[in-house]
Unconditional design. Structure first.
Length: 396
């Protein structure tokens, strides 16, 4: 044994696990000319590191889980909540984690102290927090339940207030049910659409759809829930006996310079982040009498993406609606209760339009009217077919 390397200073066996898989609900779009933009997704993507230590899609996992995976089973590895879900307030630059803290106390790298010094204030009173340079940071570590890899773990990183809060709350609920047990617990990691409000660059309140993460457990009753979790904990207890009395999992620390490239891309203002594809409440669950009147809202439009407001884009002789019009159409479709799959199917079958970003300018009023009236105002091309539910419309 080697103290500090294979065992802790107190003699506990140390199992160092490498992060080999990353799970995300966003991706970075290449805009050309060296520019990129983060884009939110309504589903998970599974990534692996390439030879240059950058994250690429993992073809094996993407094939296994599918292109639109919104929920999958994971197994938690440790009873310590901080080893399962690490949280902090953090300010990442393109090269390092510049500042981090818990909302009261912070450490910041400065010219005088490149390795960090005590810093105040931390939390809402900090100017960098107010300017959204500093955000909540949460890293969830787990093993894929049906694709486990020995000696390796998966990581999911989020800077969403809602996701951090929901994952933390779910972990605490699980600990309450299991008497503090987390190691070996099998849960569902899910992404769900939720409505949220934000303030745009002009100071106006806007509404949009965000996709929040959560850990979920479902069972007919509490006893069944406990029984299901106990099956996995028995396996971990047996493993623990084989390893001896002492055992600790350690996640290998990823160098700041490696993680900074990945995380810094998320530090964009809300106006610069493209909204995820709209997937929200099913039409069959919306009652015309009970549905609330939707608020007029516009999705945030990236300021540096062509075409800008007022400009038109064209292709093959067709002039399309501009970016602002496309965003407003997308938000309206969501608020009228259409799913992403259904809306695309209607656009394709009625007008041969692939998506809301390619609506011809001359067809825009007609498309808007059709979705705005939920099909009552028929398109000029052909009569709209009555809606038929499919397996794709089942709640995810």
């Amino acid at each position: 044994m080697i103290f500090g390397l294979t065992v802790s200073e107190t003699g506990e066996s140390l199992q160092r696990l490498a992060v080999t898989t990353k799970v995300a609900i966003g991706e970075v779009k290449d805009l050309g000319n060296g520019k990129t933009r983060p884009e939110k997704l309504d589903h998970f993507v599974f990534l692996r590191k390439n030879a240059t230590l950058e994250w690429d899609e993992d073809p094996e996992l993407m094939k296994h889980y599918g292109e639109a995976c919104r929920s999958f089973s994971i197994i938690l590895l440790d009873d310590d909540p901080e080893n399962v879900f690490r949280t902090e307030l953090a300010w990442w630059t393109k090269t390092e984690k510049k500042c981090w803290g818990d909302g009261r106390n912070a450490t910041r790298r400065t010219e005088k102290a490149p390795h960090g010094e005590d810093w105040t204030p931390c939390g809402d009173a900090c100017p960098d927090r107010q300017a959204k340079r500093c955000k909540p940071s949460g890293d969830l570590y787990f093993v894929l339940a049906d694709q486990p890899r020995l000696g390796a773990v998966c990581r999911l990183h989020t800077t969403s207030h809602r996701s951090v809060q929901q994952i933390h709350s779910a972990i605490e609920q699980i600990r309450t049910v299991t008497g503090g047990r987390l190691a070996g617990i099998r849960v569902q990691l899910a992404v769900r659409p939720e409505k949220a409000a934000y303030t745009d660059k002009d100071g106006l309140k806007r509404s949009t759809v965000v996709y929040a993460l959560n850990l979920e457990l479902s069972a007919q009753g509490m006893q069944k829930l406990v029984d299901q979790m106990t099956e996995n904990t028995k396996l971990f207890e047996s493993t623990k006996k084989l390893l001896g009395d002492g055992r600790r999992y350690l996640i290998e620390d990823e160098p700041d310079e490696v993680r900074a490239v990945e995380v810094a891309r998320e530090f964009h203002s809300v106006e610069e982040i493209a909204p995820a594809a709209p997937v929200i409440q099913q039409p069959s669950r919306i009652s015309a009498a009970s549905a609330p009147e939707p608020e007029p809202a516009a999705a945030p439009v990236p300021a540096d993406i062509w075409p800008k407001d007022g400009e038109k884009k064209s292709g093959n002789g067709v002039q399309f609606a501009n970016a602002a019009e496309s965003s407003k159409l997308r938000v309206m479709i969501v608020e009228r209760g259409y799913t992403n799959v259904e809306a695309k199917r209607m656009l394709k079958s009625l007008w041969d339009i692939p998506d809301t970003a390619h609506v011809p300018a001359e067809k825009y009023p007609e498309v808007w009217a059709y979705f705005d009236t939920k099909g009552e105002q028929k398109p000029n091309t052909t009569a709209a077919k009555p809606y038929q539910a499919t397996d794709e419309d089942l709640p995810f």
